[in-house]
Design a protein around this ligand. Structure first.
Ligand code: MSP
Length: 508
């Protein structure tokens, strides 16, 4: 196989339990990974956890345990959630892995030797209870913007990364690669930030010790974002399996939330340029979910738990909702009413009903066995041509993370096939024109099969059931987009019969 695709999610902090935001990015990466596989790509899909840093150390301290123990306790929450949500990641990284420490230290040293990392002094306003530095601008009325208490001027020895040198080359790169940061509005945001001038960046800390020691000066630990970003190299074999690394690097897409854009689109490419490594092809930043119009936060007790969502509404239904409800890239609002409306509307009424009525008719009128089509007429070629046009639209959108528009194309297709059924009325043909009936049911079967194929990346399990109900013996996970996109007559089908509703209607 010579088509490769490498996609990543952020690595998640382990001091918090996973919520809808974490599930969102990871499901998006999974949708893309599954889609690319059907298009014949060998996919490397990396996710993981970010274990180091002051926040993790503080959380552990509050619970009276070591940070490593906190990470070990929290890890299953993430691993189990990904299993529950049918995530097909091929790599999983913990930043406490020995292989990762080696890569971080190697790169730190390489950049240091090159002269782009130097030892200096960091000075700013420091809040002791929050253990954080703030700039003059960030202070509120001269006090800590987080807790409101007094701050003091503090100086600390620190290693700095000479990011100011990378402003020009980065700007050039952004201009030459418009697709590097997506959506476009984020690209513009990054470009204007870089135009404003880049400052050198403090990349070590001495005020806590939960991190990777700076090579040759273990009083310092490496700044958590340098440590975290490097996971994208470690996770794909850098230094440990260079064959794997050469195959998949540069990364095709880093999926992230908009809040961590600057780290990925400014810091990360600068680090890579300094390390003389190729830059990723794309950073795609998605929007944020609010909950019933309000910001999601622990203090408002409105944090959406993906485990509860999957258990209440179904894994596939939850995954589908995330991408059907809101254009990927924009902010969106979550509510239980909205998810129920999607289940009853798009899934039960449109797609689910289409599958049931189609297989029912094939069962009832053709004794479950699809015939070869006879001559086609105008309505048939209209169906086939429109299907091909919608397929092309779907593919164009999927390739650009346009999940929302891709799903619009799918529901145009379900509408088209439902309408074809109504106008062709197979129940009448069953009495009046059996030859025509075969052709019509052949077209319907193909239309439903293609809808199912297109929905597969979003709903891997429900579409697998529909695939079987259509009599197809091959696994939908192994379906090849290019073979399945055409109308064909399959001779090796299992008998087609009724199925129980794929998406039972919900009251609430
Ligand atoms: N550890 C860093 C990432 C390092 S990557 C090299 C981190 N971790 S995190 O656990 O805080 O990541 C959370 C992810 O969830 C981010 O991509 C963030 O955008 C996303 N979300 C957090 N809240 C969210 C919403 N309310 N809605 C959508 N996504 C949100 O950052």
């Amino acid at each position: 196989m010579n088509k490769h695709y490498y996609i990543t999610t952020p690595i998640y902090y382990i001091n918090d339990v996973p919520h809808i935001g974490h599930a969102y990015t990871t499901c998006a990466a999974d949708v893309m990974a599954r889609y690319k596989r059907t298009c014949g790509y060998e996919v490397f899909f990396l996710t993981g956890v970010d274990e180091h840093g002051q926040k993790a150390q503080k959380s552990a301290l509050e619970q009276g345990i070591q940070p490593r123990e906190l990470a070990d306790r929290m890890l299953p929450r993430f691993v189990d959630l990904w299993k529950l949500l049918s995530i097909t990641n091929t790599g999983f990284i913990r930043t406490t892995d020995a292989a990762h420490r080696k890569v971080v230290q190697y790169l730190f040293e390489k950049i240091y030797k090159k002269g782009d990392i130097y030892l200096g002094e960091y000075e700013d306003w420091y809040c002791v209870p929050c253990e954080g530095y703030f700039t003059e601008l960030q202070l509120k009325g001269g006090n800590c913007p987080d807790c409101g208490r007094g701050v003091e001027r503090l100086k600390e020895e620190s290693y700095f990364f000479g990011m100011s040198r990378y402003g020009e080359p980065l700007l050039r790169y952004l201009e030459e690669h418009k697709e590097f940061v997506m959506p476009e509005v984020r690209h513009n945001e990054v470009a204007s930030f870089v135009k404003g001038g880049l400052h050198d960046l403090s990349i070590s800390r001495t005020t806590f010790d939960w991190g990777i020691p700076v090579p040759g000066n273990p009083r310092h630990v490496v700044y958590v974002w340098f440590d975290a970003l490097v996971n994208y190299l470690t996770g794909v074999g850098f230094l440990s399996d260079m064959e794997l690394f050469e195959k998949f690097w540069p990364c095709d897409a880093h999926l992230i939330g908009k809040d961590i854009l600057r780290f990925h689109a400014v810091y990360w490419p600068s680090f890579l340029m300094a390390a003389e490594l190729p830059l990723p092809k794309q950073v795609f930043a998605h929007g944020w979910w609010t909950v019933e119009g309000r910001k999601m936060s622990k203090s408002l007790h409105n944090v959406v738990d993906p485990v509860e969502m999957a258990n209440t509404y179904g894994v596939d239904e939850f995954r589908f909702f995330l991408f059907r409800e809101v254009p990927f890239g924009l902010d969106g609002d979550f509510s239980r009413d909205a998810i129920v409306a999607r289940i009853n509307g798009d899934l039960a009424n449109d797609y689910g009903n289409l599958v049931s009525r189609s297989v029912n008719m094939i069962g009832k009128f053709l004794a479950g066995k699809l015939d070869s089509p006879g001559p086609s007429g105008g309505t048939d070629s209209h169906l086939i041509e429109r299907t091909q046009a919608l397929l092309a639209e779907y593919q164009k959108e999927m390739d650009a993370f346009g999940f929302y528009k891709a799903l619009n194309a799918v529901f145009d297709l379900t509408g088209l096939v439902n309408k074809y059924i109504d106008t062709e009325a197979p129940w009448k043909l069953a009495k009046e024109d059996p030859a025509r009936l075969s052709t019509v049911l052949y077209n319907i079967w193909n239309g439903v099969r293609i809808c199912t194929l297109l929905l597969y990346p979003f709903m891997p399990s429900k579409t697998a059931s529909a695939w079987r109900a259509l009599g197809i013996n091959r696994d939908i996970e192994k379906a090849a987009f290019d073979e399945e996109r055409v109308f064909y007559h399959a001779g090796d089908l299992s008998p087609i019969d009724k199925i129980a509703p794929l998406f039972p209607r919900r009251e609430g």
